[in-house]
Ligand binder design. Structure first.
Ligand SMILES: [Zn+2]
Length: 105
């Protein structure tokens, strides 16, 4: 992605050009980037929660089989996932600074 500062690139519609040559306005990029980061964070939060659940279930099984060492390690891994989930939640709650860009006409 590069800013197009050529004469045609000064049109408000296509200020940025991707490696394939597609043109994007700053407003389009702004929206697309925010949505993509939000989706990525949601995916990260979901994967972290799934791992925490896996550790929790396996911890119960290890405990039932008398494997205290493994159960302890799984408990640590689960707490680690819970801390990471909390960190991702905080990032998501921060939201976005509005750039106030208007779409090109
Ligand atoms: Zn492109």
């Amino acid at each position: 992605m590069r800013a197009d500062d050529g004469p045609e690139g000064r049109s408000p519609k296509n200020n940025f050009i991707c490696h394939m040559g597609h043109g994007f306005s700053a407003a389009e990029l702004d929206q697309a980037q925010m949505q993509q980061v939000d989706r990525t964070l949601e995916t990260a939060a979901r994967m972290i929660n799934e791992r925490a659940l896996l550790c929790q279930v396996m911890q119960g099984v290890a405990h039932d089989h008398g494997d205290a060492d493994f159960a302890f390690r799984l408990g640590q891994a689960r707490r680690e996932m819970e801390l990471k989930a909390e960190a991702v939640r905080k990032i998501m709650e921060q939201g976005w600074t509005a750039l106030g860009l208007r779409p090109a006409p």
